[in-house]
Design a protein around this ligand. Sequence first.
Ligand code: NIG
Ligand code: FE
Length: 411
Amino acid sequence: MDLLIKNISQLLQTYRQTPPARLSGSQMADVPSVDNAWLLIRQGKIEDWGEMSNCPSFEGEVIDATGRLVFPGFVDSHTHIVFAAPREQEFVDRIRGLSYEEIAKKGGGILNSAGRLRETSEDDLFHSAMQRVKEVTAQGTVAIEVKSGYGLTTESELKMLKVIRRLKDALDMPVKSTFLGAHAIPAEYKEDRQGYIDLILNDMLPAVAKEGLADYVDVFCEKGFFTPEETKAVVQKGKELGMKPKIHANQLHRSGGVQTGVETGALSVDHLEEMGEQEINALKGSDTIATLLPGAAFFINTPYPPARDMLNAGLTLALASDYNPGSAPSGNMQLMMSLACVKMRMTPQEALNAATVNAAAAMEIESTHGTITPGKAGSVVITKPVSSLAYLPYSFGTNLVEHTVINGKVV
Ligand code: NIG
Ligand code: FE
């Protein structure tokens, strides 16, 4: 699709040549921009941009973005948007004093979602997930990673991954799929954890690989869920079968998830609410991206990741929503930016870099997304009239996206 966006009050993330593949530490403070700009998208790709004083004449669709910002669409590199049912009763139980872990121990949490998912058809899962994609697209998301992990049997894990494959086929945007069979020990293996690990290693992973259903392998490495040793075994097998690791690490405790992720060469370690100097040092000098999920910290009321310490250490921070029915029932990346700014003291520029450039790296789409660069996908956000980038996270809870453009098409 061809589209000219003109009179843009500020075009953000403009890199004409060799855009950064990722930004770390103090590099995250800056967002290059052009005031009073135009952006031309041809055949779905960014062709060029510049100042209005040299705006090209153009025959096709034109959008006047007077008073508005334009920036690369959000990349959400960590979600669980395939699920059968919400869990608002657990939310009420937490208000009344139960913790996320206590609810999980009683058979709620992930096991609650697994029970519901097993009873739900592939078609129904697909349609409800598609609804959620539409919702987050309207909020500015243009690429998404989606995990399995609410099946916890070979059959139901494959069912989830097939739903993700249908999303990939149906959507005109990058969708990455992650196998998360090691999300929780299902009830039927409560007395036989090794039996479940063996099922993952010898049955689930080979079946997933055989059908080419997953790009990545993930493990919930956490006290009460999977140990670092178990995580390594699953990741090792996943790697042998061509899946790179992305790990749920240090959400509830300093459980060794970060170190395990770094040791196994994970693309990212995600959550990181519980971080000490050792974990930050482990990430320093590694290629593993630190993905922060402030929606989960907000919703289940845990401490937030120490983003400033991580930035001071020069780490590469990405932001994602963790959209799921238990710990983060929102995929709104604008809200994630607000939480990043208010609760983790990231600046609006750092938050935007985390949700675009670095998030694209965290799902390996940095060559096509994350910056406004000729040749990259014409997938951008046009805001409502706003005074500056800071107004976005400042005005929390409002959808300030007027148009989401995907491959040059207003959706
Ligand atoms: O990222 N922490 C593990 N997994 C999800 C939540 C799963 C759930 O509660 O359904 C997360 O927060
Ligand atoms: Fe998650």
